[in-house]
Design a protein around this ligand. Structure first.
Ligand code: G3I
Length: 453
C-alpha cells in the first residue's frame, strides 16, 4: 500500500513537471554581465570615477552592465582626509548615491594604504600618534559610510612583491607588524555590517607573496581577528593568467573567508589587434571560470569601465586595451567571453553563429587608399540587428564610414547598424561603405566576419 502510494505520488510529480515544462517558455539567457552574474549568485563590478559620470556613455555602460561599484580614487586617504581630522566625502558620497540608486553594491577602497597618502601622515614618527591617526581615519571614514558598504578593502598592498616580507611603509616602520590587525579591529567597530577584506596584487597565483597573505589570514582566523575576505587584484598581462589561480583562491576560501577578484584588467602592448583581443578573451574566460569554480568567490570587479580611462597607459606606456569595453564603449571579445563564461549571451555577439552572411567589395581605389563596401544579407529568417567586424591590414586606417556605426579598438573595427538598416527581412540585405587611408599603398581587403542574434 505504502509502495503504491509512493509510486502514485511519483507519477503525479512527473506529470506536474511535464506540465510546467510545457507551460513555461524557456527563459532567455541573461544579456548583461550583472544579470548573468546574479543568476550565478555573484556580483560583477567595475571601478568608476566621479569625474567621468557626466559622460552619458560612461554612466549608461556602468549602469547597464555592473552591479557593484568601487570608487577608483575617491575614498583614498589623500582625498578623504587631506589634512588631519578634516574630512571630505563630496565625490565619494556622490558615487555611493549613484550606486545605491542603481542597485549596485559598493566596495570601499581603501582605508590603509602606503600610496595616495597625504603628506601629514608620512610626517608622523611616534607610534602612539600614528596609531591614533590611523584609528581616527578608519573610525570616521568607515563610520561615515556605515551600513552602505558591502566590502571594505581595509588594508591594501601591505606585502612586498617577490617575497613574503612586509612592505616598507610609514605604518610598518612606525607601528610595526600589528598595524594590520589594529586596522581590521577598528574597521569592524566602525561598520559591523561590511565584509572586511585584505587586498593585494600579484597574489593571484601561489607564490611567496600570496603565501605570506595566506599565513596572515590563517593567523587572524585562529585568533579571532575580524577578517571576512581576500581581494585578488588580478592586474594581469596578456596570456599570463596564473594556471593555479583557482587552486590559490580555493585554499584561501578553505580558511573560511570569501574571495574576491577586485581589480581585474589584462593589458597588452598597443595597438590591439584581432589576435591579441582573442587571447585576451580567452584570458578573461579563464579568470571568470576560475571564480565560478570556487563557491566562495562571490565578486568579480574590473578596474574601469572603458579602455579610454584605464590607469594602464599612464603607468605602463605602450600598453593598454586592458578592459571589457573599448575607447568607444564597444563590447570587446573579452566582454563576450566573460558574459558567456557566466552563462549569459549577447544578442549582438558577432561570434555567435548568426543567420547573416556578408561580402566585401572594393568600389574605388587610388594610390594611397580605397573605398570598400560590405553587404550583410539575412538568411532564411528575419534578423533585428547585425554586426560586421573588419580587421584592418597593416598601415590601413578607416577615415570615413557611412550607413553603419563603427567602434574601433586598435585595428579592429566593429560596425553595427545606424538604426534604419538594422531590421532585415528573410533574404534582404543592408550595405555600409567606408574609405580606407593606406599611405603605404596596402590595398589588401580587410578581413571580415559578421553575425546576428
Ligand atoms: O586628480 C589629479 C588631477 O587633479 C591632476 O591634474 C592629475 C595630474 O597627474 O592627477 C590626478 O590624480 C591622479 C589620480 O589617479 C586621478 O586621476 C593621480 O596623478 C594618479 O596617480 C592616480 O592614479 C591612480 C592610482 O591608483 C594611484 O596609485 C589610478 O587612477 C587608480 O586606478 C590606481 O588604482 C590602484 C588601486 O587603487 C590599488 N591597486 C592598483 C591600482 C592601479 O594602480
Amino acid at each position: 500500500m505504502r509502495r503504491a502510494l509512493i509510486a502514485l505520488l511519483g507519477a503525479g510529480a512527473l506529470l506536474l513537471a511535464a506540465l510546467v515544462a510545457v507551460a513555461l517558455p524557456a527563459a532567455a539567457a541573461p544579456s548583461t554581465l550583472r544579470e548573468a552574474a546574479a543568476a550565478k549568485g555573484r556580483v560583477f563590478g567595475a571601478a568608476a570615477a566621479q569625474s567621468h559620470m557626466g559622460e552619458s556613455a560612461y554612466a549608461s555602460t556602468l549602469d547597464r552592465e555592473f552591479n557593484q561599484l568601487t570608487p577608483e580614487n575617491e575614498m583614498k586617504w589623500d582625498t578623504t582626509e587631506p589634512s588631519r581630522d578634516a574630512f571630505n566625502f563630496g565625490a565619494s558620497d556622490q558615487l555611493v548615491a549613484h550606486a545605491q540608486a542603481q542597485g549596485m553594491k559598493i566596495r570601499g577602497h581603501t582605508l590603509v594604504w602606503h600610496s595616495q597618502l597625504p603628506g601629514w601622515v608620512g610626517g608622523i614618527s611616534s607610534r602612539d600618534d600614528l596609531l591614533s591617526a590611523m584609528r581616527n581615519h578608519i573610525a570616521k571614514e568607515a563610520g561615515h559610510f556605515a551600513g552602505k558598504i558591502a566590502y571594505w578593502d581595509v588594508v591594501n598592498e601591505a606585502f612586498q612583491d617577490g617575497s613574503g616580507a612586509r612592505r616598507d611603509s610609514v605604518f610598518q616602520r612606525v607601528i610595526g607588524d600589528g598595524y594590520i590587525e589594529e586596522a581590521f579591529r577598528t574597521a569592524r567597530a566602525a561598520d559591523p555590517t561590511a565584509e572586511l577584506c585584505y587586498n593585494d596584487f600579484n597574489i593571484d597565483g601561489q607564490n611567496s607573496k600570496s603565501n605570506a597573505v595566506y599565513a596572515l589570514v590563517k593567523d587572524f582566523k585562529a585568533r579571532g581577528v575580524p577578517i571576512d575576505c581576500v581581494g585578488f587584484q588580478a592586474h594581469l598581462t596578456l596570456g599570463n593568467v596564473p594556471s593555479d589561480m583557482q587552486a590559490n583562491m580555493q585554499r584561501f576560501a578553505d580558511l573560511g573567508v570569501d574571495v574576491h577578484i577586485t581589480e581585474l584588467d589584462i593589458r597588452m602592448s598597443t595597438p590591439a589587434d584581432g589576435s591579441k583581443l582573442a587571447t585576451q578573451a580567452s584570458d578573461y574566460k579563464k579568470v571568470v571560470s576560475a571564480c565560478l569554480a570556487v563557491s566562495r568567490c562571490t565578486v568579480i570587479t574590473v578596474w574601469g569601465v572603458t579602455d579610454k580611462y584605464s590607469w594602464v597607459p599612464d603607468v605602463f606606456p605602450g600598453q593598454g586595451a586592458a578592459l571589457l569595453f573599448d575607447d568607444n564603449y564597444g563590447k570587446k571579445p573579452a566582454y563576450e567571453a566573460s558574459l558567456e563564461a557566466l552563462g549569459g549571451a549577447d544578442p549582438g555577439d558577432p561570434g555567435d553563429p548568426g543567420t547573416v552572411t556578408c561580402t566585401y567589395a572594393r568600389t574605388a581605389q587610388w594610390d594611397t587608399g580605397f573605398n570598400g563596401q560590405v553587404t550583410v544579407k539575412a538568411g532564411a529568417s528575419a534578423v533585428s540587428s547585425w554586426t560586421a567586424v573588419l580587421t584592418m591590414g597593416s598601415g590601413q586606417q578607416i577615415s570615413g564610414l557611412w550607413n553603419g556605426t563603427p567602434s574601433t579598438s586598435g585595428n579592429v573595427v566593429t560596425v553595427r547598424p545606424v538604426g534604419w538598416n538594422a531590421d532585415l527581412a528573410p533574404g534582404a540585405s543592408a550595405s555600409f561603405g567606408f574609405t580606407v587611408n593606406a599611405p603605404g599603398g596596402n590595398q589588401a581587403a580587410p578581413s571580415l566576419t559578421c553575425g546576428s542574434p
